[in-house]
Design a protein around this ligand. Structure first.
Ligand code: FES
Length: 100
């Protein structure tokens, strides 16, 4: 079962899920401060995370729609992504992100 690790301000949480589950869904289910107001339809950017640099190059590139929504993020970083678009897979097992 693949997992991702999400770092919060004070601790980190391991998110276990099925391939295809989004990091946003799993973070919400874990009770982390993740809003995901549009439920993954690329209309809110409240699922913003910053991907660990070691993982950033392994992710599928952001789509034009994700890039456009990222442009609305206040604290954009070079490895910022929308976590509703990051899906667990065996290839991404151990993916690390942090909350902005
Ligand atoms: S949940 Fe709205 S853009 Fe990701």
């Amino acid at each position: 079962m693949p997992h991702a690790v999400i770092e919060g301000p004070a601790s980190e949480t391991m998110l276990k899920g099925q391939p295809g589950d989004s990091v946003m869904q799993l973070a919400r289910a874990a009770g982390l401060p993740m809003f995901g107001e549009c439920n993954g339809s690329l209309a809110c950017a409240t699922c913003h995370v910053i991907v660990d640099e070691a993982w950033a190059g392994k992710l599928p590139p952001a789509t034009d729609d994700e890039d456009a929504m990222l442009d609305t993020v206040f604290d954009l970083m070079p490895t910022s992504r929308l976590s509703c678009q990051l899906r667990l897979s065996d290839a991404l097992d151990g993916l690390r992100v942090r909350l902005p």
